[in-house]
Write a protein that binds this ligand. Structure first.
Ligand code: PPS
Length: 309
């Protein structure tokens, strides 16, 4: 396994926070205001860059694995020998920025940044963004469990407390609602592709084909089969290079849970009470009002009435 200055497994977490342009970040070695300012204003996007963008717990690591495999024409060798954070660094983190220099074009870069603080140079480039979304109730559940084992998050407390925190957006990377609204403004742009975690679940192969079309990559049937085979939940859980298996306990407490937790859609049903669901939907309706897109998790979603992502 490669270890270098960009290896997050050696990063010491901190539990103080700061806000950058209204968005909350953990203070310390991972995020600094200076880095965020650099990323937003000075970072030079290259036209052949591909950005894997998500709100946390929406399918980032899954998409990272899919993209790595697409760009290796289905050969899984690199995904088994190089940890994911070196294959596609999170460019807003201090360690991620150090890793960028080792990437050969086309660079695969991951990010959880909301659009208003994403690299400005992206918006005048030909680089591509793949934005993956997930049912926010499942995002919340995944984040709730992750926050218990990942030391860049505050202790989530009980589920009811965390529901409030999530609805207020008072957490690392800010509000899910703002994140999605911000990026959805790019809908219709030819260099931004939207896909959901649920679509990946329902039809992984078909989703990979659509992603390849967007990226202009041609994969033969065998390569496609290999992408799918090596990007299943089980394959990734069994591959420590794909699932943060080598991140140190100091950073991610492996004794308390796994990054690859359940990998299903609809786990929210095992966590929300009816009252919590009603509360969530009230806030959701208010915050997502007038967004000209319907998602499969919207209460009033219908196949006919849903403009395509
Ligand atoms: S992070 O920390 O923001 O980078 O997390 P992220 O990768 O966005 O999301 C983690 C959740 O994605 C699930 N996951 C998968 N589900 C299905 N198939 C595959 N291959 C897969 N890979 C990752 C992972 O289990 C987390 O979801 P939960 O619901 O917690 O299991």
């Amino acid at each position: 396994m490669q270890r270098d200055a960009g290896d997050v497994s050696s990063t010491k977490p901190s539990l103080e926070f700061f806000h950058y342009k209204g968005v909350k970040f953990t203070k310390g070695s991972i995020y600094t205001e200076e880095n965020l300012r650099f990323v937003e204003s000075e970072f030079q996007v290259q036209d052949d860059d591909v950005y894997n963008v998500t709100y946390p717990k929406s399918g980032t690591t899954w998409m990272l694995q899919i993209l790595s495999l697409i760009y290796s024409n289905g050969d899984p060798a690199r995904t088994r020998t190089v940890p994911n954070w070196l294959r596609s660094p999170w460019y807003e983190t201090t360690s991620g920025q150090k890793c960028l220099k080792d990437l050969t074009p086309p660079r695969l870069i991951s990010s959880h940044l909301p659009s208003h603080i994403f690299a400005k140079s992206f918006f005048t480039s030909k680089a591509k963004v793949i934005y993956t979304l997930r049912n926010p109730k499942d995002v919340l559940v995944s984040l709730y469990h992750f926050a218990k084992i990942m030391h860049v998050f505050e202790d989530p407390g009980n589920f009811d407390d965390f529901l409030d925190v999530f609805l207020r957006g008072d957490l690392l990377y800010g509000s899910w609602f703002d994140h999605v609204r911000g990026w959805m403004q790019m809908k219709g742009s030819s260099n931004v592709f939207f896909i959901t975690y649920e679509e990946l679940q329902q039809d992984l192969r078909g989703s990979v084909v659509r992603i390849c079309d967007f990226l202009g990559r041609q994969l033969d049937e065998a390569a496609l089969d290999s992408v799918v085979e090596n990007a299943t939940f089980k394959a990734m859980k069994d591959n420590k290079m794909a699932s943060f298996g080598y991140v140190s306990n100091e950073f991610l407490d492996h004794s308390k849970g796994s990054f690859m937790r359940k990998g299903i859609s609809g786990d929210w049903k095992n966590h929300f009470t009816i009252a919590q669901c009603d509360h969530f939907h009230r806030v959701y309706r208010e915050k997502m009002r007038n967004l000209p897109v319907k998602f499969s998790w919207d209460e009033d979603w219908t196949e006919e009435g849903a403009p395509a992502l």
